[in-house]
Design a binder for this molecule. Sequence first.
Ligand code: XIL
Length: 372
Amino acid sequence: MDYCHLLPLGAVLAAAAFVSAQSAPALKDAYKSDFYIGVAIGDTQIGGEDQRGDALIDSQFNSISPENALKWEEVHPQPDKYDFRMADQYVAFGEQHHMFIVGHTLIWERQVPAWVFHDAKGNLLGRDALLARMRDHIDTVVGRYKGRIQSWDVVNEALNEDGTLRPSLWFKIIGPDYIEKAFQYAHEADPAAQLTYNDYNLENPAKCKGAVALVKKLQAEGIPINAVGIQGHLRLDSPTPEQEDAAISAFAALGVKVAITELDIDVLPSAGYGPTADVSLRVRQDPKLNPYVNGLPDSVQQQLADRYAAFFRVFLKHRGALSRVTFWGVTDADSWLNDWPVKGRTSYPLLFDRSGQPKPAFQGILRVASEK
Ligand code: XIL
């Protein structure tokens, strides 16, 4: 035997690990026949400055959402000024990588400039004037990307936790039919686009009921609504997979598609607030709220992996109704949960770690796909 050609054991093992990492199926391929696997992308990824992030986006995902690039304050900062520089690059990025491209979001009470609701003298607008502004915005933004953005989050976060409509300025000035108007205008601007109502905590039964009533009302009025987006900002301890299952079933029964639009699982302490993803929430910094600055303990890492796996089992069960599952960020370093609701925390809610390596949660989700 020619022992000279045997590699040292360490080298053999290292080579085997490399081969297995390379040959692990991509998420988008593992779920190809089920639903799109999407990811929210930020300006550095859109602009090509985060090459490692772009490589992950390209290899693992087949749908993108803009983390901020299409929000009102970004594309329409002043009454007569639209700024599409980042949004244009976002859509071009999606086309270049053959992605299912999502538009997020048209009508929301957050990340919208104050001028939208006021006249030049600073007085609140009336219903007709605000509707005209809404129509101009939707026509301009949806029209610009007609046939290129496949799905729009038309209205974001219109519901309170009890299922009633939030008293946003949209609601107060226009009335409850601001939602119908937004869907109507979006449909007129691009009749082929999928139109979605998007919200967080739809796993909460009262809020879920409110959303079901809203969708039924729109359907009864002949308003074109195609999908409900369950944001999916989850925590380690809530909601339960059964609640997720119930929410997806409730919307699927209405004959609309369901999308999980902003998935992440927060492992950090909640600082006393209930389940929420309200971007206006602010909590003061406190070292007790930031326990994993030096790394995530293995036990929590494993809990995160198990929880992702449990939710993906629910998603797979509903593969006929689910059109997509989108993660809200590429790596843990990108997550909005590093700065919300407490600034400057070290958060671990996603599938790739701060150096871009897949976490046990990634393997857990792949394992669920292999159980099919
Ligand atoms: C977040 C972004 O990730 C942050 O970068 C930004 O500062 C605030 O908004 N629900 C939504 C998203 O619909 O638009 C929010 O995104 C997260 C909660």
